[in-house]
Design a protein around this ligand. Structure first.
Ligand code: NAD
Length: 498
């Protein structure tokens, strides 16, 4: 991989106007993997200029023409996946087996939204009188994407594919911890035939580049994935300019395991939901709500099995869990482990400490943590930790499980584990949860809406709704009558509404 990366604006690389640069660290060994141009407000302006210039051409292509280019983008992306996977692992420390599985699916987003661009139909709503009435969905203009580090290219792809399909041009501010794959996507889109200036990337920090993009009145929609506090700030800035906002924010997902579920399946589900990505996903299973009658057996098996998860070098195929992304993120997890231990009643049944051994010395490793005897009102059961920590909470009734599941400020995702089909749906319908899985967790599809209730966000990614949220409706009302109409003439003719 090359070491020096610049901003990607107007189809090519260029240094930041200030000449500043920042470094990207490999969280597995602390080594610097890249030096990246640090964009600031002036660079964001230059990127918006390029996106504005490109808008006329890109938006005037037909959906089918944009769709063809996007299908080629899917093919190019597929070819470059091995390189992208390796870079993503170096940037964020996630295990190879996870990154390979996740990123293999990314081309589907371009194919799906290419198909939407080609096939999307407008509407002809009824209109009183002799009229032809129809709607057209037209693009918004220049849109801004602000992305986090935890699934850098997946989250960006979820925003870029519908934006392109709908005919928008864009400026991306990727996470300062993981900007490289977003830059590489620029090369891939260019190879596929996306015109220069349609896709621009300005790496930099939230307080400078991010703030410049999100306070710009020239951007017509902001799409942010990040923490809830960042979401509130960005939404307030967007409100000041009446800019449309989509925000995919924090979560405190629960698994609800009923007593009729096979114990081993509950245990496997919890390990997967809670610890994949070293717990650094927005839908991380941070709370296991388990029926009291199977609680002790589930806890016993969880503790036995978690000890066998293999921590190690993220690039190694055999590794099951990598380090956390940064010192800061591990500090946060360690702080919450201390809070959990100090809170009256909770017991740390496993993990929460750094693993022993030279292999782990330089990386931000932490052993997955299981808390038991947790009460729903404790801080560890309420606040987003964003790490490999699960709080086990027993329940006695369906109503109690629903109330605990809904009892946080978040509402992103929940999974229900039961063989009772009626109960599964009944519970799902009472959850304040944007995404609900029944007998599964962490499942996503480009066609299926993704987003949260309450403080977990605004708007939806994926599916037709995401395409539509990247458009605005133009309503065209055609009078089919040749009868002359003159409101002010005293001609004895019936007037409108009379
Ligand atoms: P973060 O909020 O720190 O940063 C996200 C992005 O916002 C980064 O690019 C950052 O530079 C930028 N930013 C920060 N402050 C800004 C400001 N004042 N103005 C403009 N931009 C600013 O989040 P993170 O640590 O990168 O990611 C973790 C968070 O993301 C977690 O809370 C997680 O739940 C959330 N997340 C949500 C989803 C979802 O689909 N709902 C998916 C992944 C992650």
């Amino acid at each position: 991989m090359k070491k020096n990366w610049d901003l990607f604006i107007d189809g090519g690389y260029r240094p930041a106007i200030s000449g500043k640069r920042f470094t990207v660290e490999n969280p597995w060994n602390g080594e610097t993997i890249a030096s990246v141009a640090e964009g600031e407000a002036a660079d964001i302006e230059a990127a918006i200029d390029a996106a504005e210039r490109a808008f006329g051409g890109w938006s005037s292509l037909s959906g089918a023409e944009r769709g063809d280019i996007m299908h080629r983008a899917a093919d190019h992306l597929k070819k470059r996946l091995p390189e992208l996977v390796t870079i993503e692992i170096d940037q964020i420390g996630r295990a190879r087996r996870e990154m390979t599985a996740q990123m293999a699916r990314l081309p589907e987003w371009f194919s799906y939204f290419a198909a939407v661009a080609r096939t999307h139909e407008d509407t002809a709503p009824p209109f009183a009188g002799d009229y032809l009435n129809y709607t057209k969905r037209v693009p918004l203009g220049v849109v801004g994407h602000v992305t986090p580090w935890n699934h850098p290219l997946l989250i960006l792809t979820k925003k870029v594919a519908p934006s392109l399909a709908a005919g928008n041009t864009m400026v991306v501010k990727p996470s300062e911890l993981a900007p490289i794959t977003s830059l590489l996507l620029g090369e891939i889109l260019k190879e596929a035939g996306v015109p220069d200036g349609v896709y621009n990337v300005v790496p930099g920090f939230g307080a400078t580049a991010g703030a410049a993009l999100t306070t710009s009145a020239r951007v017509r929609k902001l799409d942010l994935t990040g923490g809830t506090e960042t979401g509130k700030r960005v939404a307030a800035a967007a409100g000041a300019n009446l800019v449309k906002i989509a925000a995919e924010l924090g979560g405190k997902a629960a698994l609800i395991a009923f007593e009729d579920m096979n114990i081993e399946r509950v245990v496997a589900a919890t390990l997967f939901a809670s610890f994949i990505a070293t717990g650094q996903t927005c839908v991380q299973g941070s709370r296991l709500l388990v029926h009291r009658s199977i609680h002790d057996e589930v806890v016993k098996r969880l503790v036995e099995r978690v000890a066998h998860i293999r921590l190690g070098a993220p690039q190694d195929e055999a590794t099951q869990l990598g380090p956390m992304v940064s010192q800061r993120q591990r500090d946060t997890v360690e702080r919450y482990v201390r809070i959990g231990v100090e809170e009256d009643g909770a017991t740390l049944a496993y993990g929460g400490t750094r693993p022993d051994g030279d292999a782990f010395d330089k990386g931000y490793f932490i052993k997955p943590a299981i808390f038991i005897n947790v009460r729903p009102d404790m801080r560890i059961a309420q606040e987003e930790i964003f790490g490999p920590v699960v709080c086990v909470i027993p329940f006695d009734s369906e109503e109690e499980a629903i109330s605990i599941a809904n009892g946080t400020e978040f509402g992103l995702a929940t999974s229900i584990w039961t063989r009772d089909i009626a109960r599964a749906h009944r519970v799902a319908h009472k959850l304040l949860s944007g995404i609900t899985w029944i007998n599964d967790h962490h499942r996503i599809d480009p066609a299926s809406p993704w987003g949260g209730f309450k403080m977990s966000g605004l708007g939806r990614e994926n599916g037709l709704v995401a395409y539509e949220e990247y458009t605005q409706i133009q309503n065209i009302i055609v009078n089919l009558s040749d009868t002359e109409f003159d409101w002010y003439a005293d001609d004895g003719q019936p007037k409108r509404y009379s």
